[in-house]
Design a protein around this ligand. Structure first.
Ligand code: ZN
Length: 122
């Protein structure tokens, strides 16, 4: 990946603006300011895309690890049971154990209220 930071580019643009100012070229100075603005937007977008890629890579790694326990998903490296309905919508929501309900001991999703029997107590 390109290893150019905004400050590197900013420095180059400031150098160019200094030269443009030295040459008393107002239009060139204006153009350089425009370029600086556009570059800032592009770098911002680039950072968002990098974050998104990282998130997708994390999700992919997690998907490989998840196993099914009862109707829930579980990451063997963690203690939580995750909601299958929220997971289908791309969200990882840990469910809460609730004992002695009218349908017995269950796990319930705090987000969508998906409820199913506690797979550890069958
Ligand atoms: Zn849910």
């Amino acid at each position: 990946m390109l290893d150019i930071s905004y400050s590197d580019i900013r420095k180059m643009l400031l150098d160019a603006r200094e030269l443009a100012t030295g040459a008393k070229d107002i239009r060139l100075t204006g153009k350089l300011i425009d370029i600086q603005g556009v570059l800032y937007d592009l770098l911002e977008e680039n950072k968002e895309l990098k974050d998104k890629i990282k998130q997708l890579e994390n999700n992919k790694a997690l998907e490989k690890r998840l196993i099914k326990i009862g109707r829930f998903w579980k990451d063997p490296e963690r203690i939580y049971l995750y909601c299958p309905r929220c997971y289908a919508n791309g969200k990882l929501v840990a469910c809460d154990p609730i004992d002695n309900t009218i349908i017995g001991d269950v796990y319930e999703c705090p987000n969508c209220r998906f409820t199913s029997s506690n797979p550890y107590k069958r």
